[in-house]
Design a protein around this ligand. Sequence first.
Ligand code: AGP
Length: 608
Amino acid sequence: MCGIVGYVGEKRAAPLLLDGLRRLEYRGYDSAGVATLDGDHVQIVRRVGFVQNLAAAIPADMPGHTGIGHTRWATHGGVTEQNAHPHADSTNRIALAHNGIIENHALLRARLEDEGIVFRSETDTEVLAHLVSKFYAGDPVDAVRKALLLVQGTYGIAVIFAAHPGVIVAARNGSPLVVGKGDGETFLASDPHALAAYTRQVVYLEDRDIARIDQQGWTLSRLDGSDVSRVVEVLGEEWADDGRGDYSHHMLKEIREQPESLARCLRGRVVPESGGARLGGLDMDPRDIASIQRVGVLGCGTSFHAGLVGAAAMESLARIPAFAEIASEFRYRNPVIGRDDMFFAVSQSGETADTLGAVREVQVKGGRIFGVVNVVGSSIARACGKGVYVHSGPEIAVASTKAFTSQVAALLVAALSFARTRTLGPHEGKSFGDELLAVPSAVGEWLQSEPQSVMDAVELVTKGRFVFFLGRGVSHAVALEGALKLKEIAYLPCMAYPAAEMKHGPIALIDRNTPVVVIVPDDVMRDKTLSTIAEVKARGARVIVVHSAGDMHAARVADISIPVPRASTLLSPLLTVLPLQLLAYRSGLALGRDIDRPRNLAKSVTVE
Ligand code: AGP
């Protein structure tokens, strides 16, 4: 959704702002704009549509060595140039970009209108530009502080003042901002992707921080006026690589990166010598682990699906009662949270508003919650305080792929660590850990020799009227993930079901135009799932079967057989999901979809 960038330094700001905005494009947006300082006023250029429209409209010699930029995903007011950010005050001497929602904007707007201010947009943001202007009396930080004290809602803002060339004032409350220190230049962004190519030395603002940013760095204070300092962090190397390389799409690149992203996630965490696992970020001693009564795993979309696998592992491996729940449902059902319960919040972006809301709900009720997050320093990671980074590296395509497998792997490591403390002996632990460590290379080998049958499956599903995805246990989570991918990327109607539930109703939908994708690894549920295959085939369905390599019976009953390397049940999702990711990608491609930026979707869903 919305993104912010800022630059202060010796170079011309506009090209750097544009580059930063391009790096934020993956988040989803509908208009974009930049503002730079030009003598005694601010110069603003905004356009509806992609950053390339904005780039075409920006004069090659746009002046200014200080500037801010924004990509907007419309909330208050339609998708128009007037509503795009940055917004100026009435004197055109202040420009402001904003992520978040100002909840009391109507009241503030009415007051400002009474004072004679004429608004030029329908946005909630414009009130901030006028308020900052109203309170400006020579000190830009003071003006921003006074304006923000009147505001209810969430914000990440960047403000420039014609009277203060070489200064950006930034502030955050609920919408992330990160400041990056370069050599004689300083960068600002709502997302580390935008600045990782320029610097890896960053500081994350906390809620109610205000930063005065100049060429030399930053000075931080709090909304209440007190001073504060924050630790400078170093972005991991993987964050610098957000290009497509030789790949035609980020999604394909990210699918193919899974051997490395999985290996990164597991590195140093599985400990073969003890048969256990080490997750320093959880900071739990064996007594803490022994006292856990229940585990809840919360997330949305793909992260929820990873959570389903994680909860299954907690229960079957560590023998701790466990459940996974969609974060947006959990947060409003007044859940019972016990002292010895432990929760995980799973999120690639670390910014999903529904998941962040669930984190707060657990905390309000005195519960413990740990992040399983990809983006370092993101809101969920910070709100949880402790947790596990999954180290997938930048995931740019809207469809989550490598983050899913890393989330599953991280949760399996946590389950192994808990299980080793509570239930597993060293030999069983070691054998689980060894198998987990072997997964990245099995994933790599399969991806390298992707079977032709994936393309046969593409042919079948793209011609189908409706596609079913079936599986049982953790394979049901994989079915849900496969169906989500096919909806998002190929826009094909489909549905995932626990295989045994078909006979309780959905089987009525089956005919020869409803391809059925069945995930049937060679585990204890295999024979039962094979019976479901027989039932849907008897009603005319053509069946694509994702099965364990060497399972000849599963291959024989399939109309299209897709073998994947064998793995024990809990690890099987790391392999069975691969053909489903490619099925979605290749179906989207065949249907001419916008693979990396599917319609109506944003990468990071920061609104409820
Ligand atoms: C996945 O392909 C989706 N784009 C979406 O379901 C996503 O997983 C969901 O919005 C949660 O995002 P998060 O992991 O960043 O919290």
